[in-house]
Design a protein. Structure first.
Length: 696
């Protein structure tokens, strides 16, 4: 009986095979692999950018790993250095270090979430990935044990197991070249098939040693592997440090002329005494004379005005020259050497802009943007105008030679042993330039650190951090209420942002004197110091902060008589100075590892909105610090603070007593339970840094 085609079924088998557009594809071998690895984290933008760590820090990796059916899955977290000299054995195939493997554990069986962690070592590029496979031997052991416990006959299962062990022996001999393990496994394979009581063979089959050796020679021929992801490991200074910013030209004996580097070296002991780690200098290059700005940014400069250091370049040279008023490059080298002898590392400013007198303007006019009348465009931030500065166009037609020239500038200063750079306004330059520049610098010297001064939109700040900047300025200056601080630092330390953006909390800068400091007097400076130095492992102050300088141009956040345009001499011994507090806080930071990391930050409840409390723990969890700060610089504040008693293994509601030791003044208090009383008086005490401990 013939069957006619169903209505609408126009296509025959022959027509299909003859259709020119049809393509027959063999199944991809990759599709036969049973294990799926997905949602590996941490990773930034699908692995486009590196996460960041410093030596000894942990990378905690999670992934969703699943397979069809009910077989046992084994997953390994793999990591290795991705560049630089090898310190382990190498694979002959790619001449890179062998993977270090850490078994992953199934943390959430219901949703197939696995995790493991590894610690990074030397600085430079590190990579990690996950390899997972179905383990037939582990599956066999699991099922064998269940059947034996149920009293079932497992004689055939013993033969299956023997075959699996024999295959492992072959892999041990052929792949691992481990003849000892191969012989040992063959003996076990024979024992599983011997005509001996099942009980004895079961002991062999389920023996821990057999399990371990089989694991060493597991069948990974059908394993699945996730794409390698990158960790960039910076030196420790990237994670922890206190920065001090000063204009060296203001550190001399005469108000009317620039100090030399030799004279400015006299200021170094005072900075060291306050406990700082980094001394950051604004641009030290020749300052242009054309359109030079006068005091307070006036358009007309008097003959004795020195101009803004950010108007870089004059007849003496550009970005690789030294302002003659400061001395010579040799004088800078001596200044840097003296700073390092005292324990200070020098950071220089990278400002990619030129005065009209910069050699680049004459030699490479194509690197600058022009107005319709043919003149070079000067810098503007409407309504502000900076006629003494020409921005460099990193997207010009000759961008390749410009980028290379910028790299040569950085390498010049590296040759003079500078490995810290604060970068001025990086968000106004091509993003790709930074990614390229930082990578090229790190190919030559992995010790170099770049701090991004990008007070701009959050996503731009974050992208610059992804592109390679080691640290970033933040919005800390403008976060002053309890809610603002809590929300902002929760984002910085508890979301994916923490994987790539390291905050550096500056209390003030030559450009920013916040209203809180203008109106709060000495207690405001104390509060902001305590917050910056304990909320962040990296923080900084601009000189004048220690003497509570708070005079601003009316209606602005700009300093009156700004040091950007003139020499300032400070009275470091003013009665209202807070130098001793700064020194004490920095000493506490160096002595207590809890303050040298960001991620353990946790906020705690108080019953007073003007009192903020938060804790940090050391990496080994042996130390718990609780910081309590009054945000009100004018009035006494008091209230109850909820302490992190769980970190001390104390009962939250019991009568357990413990010590709250204030590291600022060595006062010790006996506390009980979670909630305890504090009182903070402006002029007397603006905050506490408590070390919590069980009473001996």
């Amino acid at each position: 009986m013939k069957h006619s085609a169903k209505p609408g079924n126009k296509r025959s088998v022959k027509a299909t095979s003859d259709t020119k557009t049809s393509v027959r594809q063999e199944p991809n071998e990759r599709l036969s692999r049973r294990v799926v690895i997905q949602r590996v984290r941490p990773q930034i933008d699908g692995g486009r950018f590196a996460i960041k760590r410093t030596p000894g820090e942990i990378v905690e990796v999670q992934a969703d790993i699943l397979a069809d059916g009910h077989d046992v899955v084994i997953a390994m977290l793999r990591d290795r250095p991705a560049d630089g000299p090898d310190r382990t054995r190498r694979r002959a195939s790619d001449n890179r270090p062998a993977w270090r493997e850490t078994p992953m554990s199934l943390d959430a069986p219901g949703i197939d979430r696995w995790s493991a962690a590894f610690a990074v070592g030397r600085i430079g590029k590190h990579e990690y990935s996950i390899e997972a496979w179905v383990d037939h031997f582990a599956s066999w052991q699991r099922d064998l044990s269940a059947k034996a416990e149920a009293g079932q006959d497992v004689s055939l299962e013993m033969i299956e197991g023997s075959v699996l062990v024999q295959a492992a022996a072959e892999r041990a001999d052929r792949i691992s070249r481990n003849r000892s393990d191969a012989a040992w496994l063959l003996a076990r394979a024979d024992a599983l098939q011997e005509d001996t009581p099942i009980a004895g063979r079961l002991r062999i089959a389920l023996d821990d040693e057999l399990t371990a050796v089989m694991g060493l020679h597991a069948d990974r021929s059908q394993s699945s592997t996730s794409q390698p992801l990158i960790v960039w490991v910076d030196r420790e200074r990237a994670r922890f440090g206190a920065w001090y910013e000063m204009f060296p030209r203001s550190a001399g004996p005469e108000l009317g002329r620039s100090a030399t580097f030799r004279e400015a070296a006299g200021r170094l002991p005072g900075i060291v005494a306050m406990g700082f780690d980094v001394l950051y200098l604004p641009p030290i290059h020749p300052i242009g004379k054309s359109f030079r700005k006068g005091r307070n940014n006036s358009l007309v400069a008097s003959p004795d005005d020195l101009g803004s250091p950010w108007a870089i370049g004059a007849e003496e040279g550009g970005h690789t020259a030294v302002e003659p008023g400061l001395g010579t490059i040799d004088d800078f080298d001596l200044f840097r050497s003296e700073a390092e002898r005292l324990g200070l590392e020098i950071a220089l400013d990278l400002a990619w802009q030129c005065s009209p007198d910069h050699p680049w303007v004459r030699e490479h006019p194509e690197w600058f943007r022009r107005r319709p009348d043919g003149t070079i465009k000067y810098a503007e931030n409407p309504p502000k105008k900076y006629q003494d500065i020409y921005p460099v166009d990193f997207a010009c037609e000759d961008w390749r030679s410009l980028w290379q020239a910028a790299l040569e500038v950085v390498l010049f200063w590296i040759d003079h042993d500078v490995r810290l750079f604060r970068v001025d306004n990086p968000h106004t330059k091509t993003f790709g330039f930074w990614e390229w520049l930082i990578e090229q610098v790190h190919l030559r010297d992995q010790q170099v650190i770049f701090l991004s001064e990008a007070f701009t939109r959050p996503r731009i700040m974050q992208y610059l951090a992804k592109a390679g900047f080691t640290q970033s300025y933040t919005y800390f200056t403008w976060r002053n209420t309890k809610q603002e601080i809590t929300d902002y630092f929760t984002e910085l330390t508890s979301t994916d942002v923490r994987e790539y953006l390291r905050p550096n909390l500056f209390t003030n800068t030559p450009d920013i004197l916040h209203a809180y400091l203008q109106t709060g007097g000495r207690p405001a400076f104390q509060a902001r110091l305590l917050l910056a130095a304990t909320l962040g492992a990296n923080y900084g102050i601009y000189s004048g902060f220690e003497v509570c300088e708070n005079q601003a141009r009316p209606g602005t956040e700009e300093y009156a008589d700004s040091e950007k345009y003139q020499i300032r001499h400070w009275d470091w011994n003013k009665p209202e100075n807070i130098r001793d507090l700064i020194a004490r806080v920095n000493a506490i930071r160096h002595a207590h590892p809890a303050l040298q990391f960001d991620w353990t930050l946790r906020f705690h409840a108080t019953d007073n909105p003007e009192i903020i409390a938060y804790s940090k723990t050391s990496p080994d969890r042996s130390e718990v610090l609780l910081v309590v700060v009054s945000l009100d610089p004018h009035n006494m504040q008091q209230g109850q603070v909820r302490a992190p008693t769980s970190a001390l293994s104390l009962s939250a509601t019991g009568d357990d007593s413990y010590v709250a030791w204030d590291l600022l003044d060595d006062a010790k208090y006996t506390w009980r339970g979670e909630w305890n009383y504090v009182r903070l008086d402006p002029g007397t005490k603006q905050g506490h840094i408590f070390k919590l401990g069980i009473r001996n």
